[in-house]
Design a protein around this ligand. Sequence first.
Ligand SMILES: Nc1ncnc2c1ncn2[C@@H]1O[C@H](COP(=O)(O)OP(=O)(O)OP(=O)(O)O)[C@@H](O)[C@H]1O
Ligand SMILES: [Mg+2]
Length: 349
Amino acid sequence: MKVISVANQKGGCGKTTMAVNIAAALARMGSKTLLVDLDPQAHATYALGYTLESAGRKTSYDIFRAHFDSVDPPFEEMTMVSKERDNFGFVPANMMLSTAEINLGGVNGAASVLDRFLSNGYFEDYDYAIIDSPPSFGFLTLNAMYASDTILVPIDLSYFSFNGISNVYRVTSLLNSETGRDPSIYFVMNIYDGRSNFARQIEIDAQQKLGPYMLSTKIRSSVRIREAAKFGRTIFEHDPKSFAALDFYNVTSEIVNTGVREMDVVVKEFCLDAPQAGEVYVLGDFNGWQKAENNRLARLETGEWGGHFTLNKGQYRYKFLVDDTWVADPSNPACEKNIFGTADSILTA
Ligand SMILES: Nc1ncnc2c1ncn2[C@@H]1O[C@H](COP(=O)(O)OP(=O)(O)OP(=O)(O)O)[C@@H](O)[C@H]1O
Ligand SMILES: [Mg+2]
């Protein structure tokens, strides 16, 4: 399992928004994904529409509590899965988490508790874990960083967010010297408004400062993102046709392609111009030709239909299903005859 934590000491720069929507994008692209809310503010928990008033619900606090009590964490009780959210496991948080540091701060091995939790066989069929961390570099964020292969740092346009950047580097070099862990760090511009000169100037500064570690996708400022969080939905549930949903697909593709080259996984974008269509699926060897919700393309504002899928490297046959009519991909010259005597498109990932 590849672990990605979203961290920045600066409050309100978009950590929770990114953690929730990148996890949702990965799940929709077909990767089994676990999202862990590691912030006592529990914003990710609310952003997914959960309120944890009911006493006794197991939360991420129990990861640390179990370590303190030297017992196994209650994996099943704390991992929420819902029928509506395919491939998506979620460990919620509540305020209790803020006491984890008080109880455990000085205990031996305290920084690696989350790492050991995620390495347990219970999660062996998960492809990704995404960790939402609080706006500080305390005990919880250190646990997230220790467990991570990749740290994703959202940056908004304020000066403090840049201050947050040098702090990330300081903390990770400390992490490296103390523990030998060496996660890769990528930065993502969030709440970006390309119409403002100030935003463009900050972008140039960030590119100069961060070079290839700044992802080229920017998450634009979108009221849809605020609405989605308010209604307890991911952006894909709230408005899958919005540019915000597209930004999150794109940033997720970039992360997957940047961070897991060694895993032989690629993200493939499918696109079909079919403005009159009512629904379009992409079906092929890679998804078992199953007409399922996950394989449906989203109608973009341009009238095209698009979607992204994470595929293992290899060769696949596929076709679009446009309102129950099979259509080979017109943008792909590679095709082969199938057993029905028509042409399948051929994709080499
Ligand atoms: N691209 C965006 N466009 C518009 N609003 C956004 C965007 N990204 C985040 N927001 C909004 O900004 C606010 C702060 O975002 P979020 O809660 O994700 O930040 P955070 O870094 O997790 O905050 P904290 O440090 O408190 O945990 C939220 O209201 C969220 O809906
Ligand atoms: Mg947050």
